[in-house]
Design a binder for this molecule. Structure first.
Ligand SMILES: NC(=O)c1ccc[n+]([C@@H]2O[C@H](COP(=O)([O-])OP(=O)(O)OC[C@H]3O[C@@H](n4cnc5c(N)ncnc54)[C@H](OP(=O)(O)O)[C@@H]3O)[C@@H](O)[C@H]2O)c1
Length: 431
């Protein structure tokens, strides 16, 4: 598509769609000078054409029917910004079948239906670009695909959901309960009216799948990736983490494991307070990368919002204008997702116990029977009440497979002195 005047069709004219139209208008000169391309929105689909928007479209450009956008003979490039995985799939598939390149910010669509979409992209020799789908204003896909094209990825660890990061930060800094922090995030517009996909980890989980695809060239099966959210993070876990020199963050990890498998997981983890990721506050996102040649690299910025996300969409528009190849799986069958039970980290474990002699000995012997050992133990001692009851023990283990930890935790149920389901978190080491 190496040409100067490009006519766009937008499907979705909400937060991001309007943001794209505004930047294209406000920065038209800058974009044209830098890229040599001029973009015009000739058609845009939305549910309600009478809703007031921040920017006016050309007369006759607004429609409620996405097919009018995709099939419009003037439209050369389709920008899908409606969200969802059903109609949005039809939109993207129809555009590709017509040979019209697609730019999308829809991580759920690509993570869940990427196999079909990239097959269509290959079949019709028509690219799909999706920088906006991961971490909004952070150019992580470009970084992996272009800047680090010569490097094998050793570790990628990121905070790629701003809503969860905001909630965890407010629990940490203001001592808010999870529910109060979530309510605050919703009141401030940082969380959707239905925040399920944010807090259950799947928004970040979908992004991690795309980062795995870009980094290793295969389409990870979502069902085999490991995703848990922040719903069960307790204030007392955050306080204990803090005492031990850690912050609790929702971390997505993508890294090679053994035997051509790739570890892809998202969960609330202990992050050393000395690591840059522990210092990422509020709704910001950040990704720490380690490439085999470049070493450590760190990218930080806004993960969502009209300006950052539309900036990423427009970068893709320029790529399309320059005829850049989109992503196509290049190792389609070479890799699989690692079994989560085979993945290794250290762990923080907290166990509620009866205050009776021999508790620590029973617990340590049970863990050592599974071949696990501790790097340190912690129990809360009040110096003015040395005889107070001990009702919980916490420790950090040496590195072990998750499966081994689970076996040890399941054995714990047989101990009379254990009074509740243990809590555990991974302790990330970013190796
Ligand atoms: N918001 C962000 O910060 C952000 C960041 C990264 C990625 N994304 C992704 O970008 C996409 C768009 O997000 P957004 O925040 O802009 O969403 P949004 O504000 O809810 O906008 C969605 C748009 O799609 C339109 N729409 C929905 N269903 C439609 C249908 N069946 N036919 C025609 N139009 C339809 C809506 O019309 P009405 O306006 O008339 O309701 C609206 O204009 C999503 O995939 C999202 O995951 C968003």
């Amino acid at each position: 598509m190496a040409k100067q005047q490009i006519k766009l069709g937008l499907v979705g004219f909400g937060t991001v769609g309007v943001g794209v139209a505004k930047i294209l208008q406000n920065q038209a000169d800058l974009i044209a000078k830098r890229s040599g391309a001029e973009f015009t929105v000739v058609k845009a689909a939305m549910r309600d054409v009478n809703k007031k928007r921040d920017i006016a479209l050309a007369p006759g450009a607004a429609t409620t029917d996405w097919k009018e956008v995709v099939n419009d003979s003037e439209v050369e490039l389709v920008v899908e910004l409606m969200g969802g995985t059903d109609v949005a799939f039809e939109v993207v598939a129809s555009a590709l079948k017509l040979g019209k390149p697609v730019v999308t910010g829809n991580k759920a669509l690509l993570a869940e239906r990427g196999e079909e979409i990239f097959a269509l992209s290959a079949q019709h020799n028509t690219p799909v670009y999706f920088e906006a789908s991961v971490a909004g204003g952070i150019p992580i896909i470009k970084t992996l695909r272009e800047a680090f094209v010569s490097n094998a990825l050793v570790n990628l660890s990121g905070i790629i959901n701003g809503t969860c990061n905001y909630i965890l930060e407010r629990m940490t800094d203001a001592g808010l309960s999870y529910q109060d922090a979530l309510k605050e995030a919703m009141d401030l517009g940082y969380a959707e009216a239905d925040p399920t996909l944010d807090i259950n980890g799947w928004d970040a989980g979908h992004k991690a799948i795309l980062l795995g695809a870009i980094s290793y060239g295969f389409l990870p099966d979502p069902a085999k990736t490991y995703v848990t959210g922040i719903e069960n993070v307790r204030l007392e876990d955050i306080e204990l983490a803090d005492k031990l020199g850690y912050a609790i963050k929702l971390i997505s990890v993508v890294k090679p494991a053994c035997d051509k498998t790739i570890e892809i997981r998202t969960q609330a983890s202990f992050v050393p307070q000395t690591h840059l990721l522990a210092k990422v506050d509020g709704v910001f996102n950040a990704v720490a990368l380690h490439g085999d040649e470049v070493g450590d690299s760190f990218i930080y910025g806004r993960g969502a919002g009209a300006g950052p996300t539309a900036t990423a969409v427009i970068a893709d528009l320029v790529d399309a204008a320059n005829g850049s190849k989109g992503f196509l799986p290049y190792n389609a069958t070479s890799y699989t997702v690692a079994d989560i039970d085979e993945t290794e980290t250290a762990y923080f474990v907290s166990i509620e116990v009866k205050d009776e002699p021999g508790v620590m000995a029973q617990i340590t012997s049970l863990f050592s029977n599974q071949g696990m050992s501790f790097s340190g133990t912690f129990s809360n001692v009040n110096p003015s009440e040395p005889d107070a009851a001990m009702n919980s023990v916490s420790f950090i283990t040496h590195k072990a497979k998750l499966g081994t930890l689970k076996a040890a935790l399941s054995d714990l149920a047989s101990l009379d002195c254990v009074t509740n389901e243990p809590t555990y978190y991974r302790v990330e080491s970013f190796e």
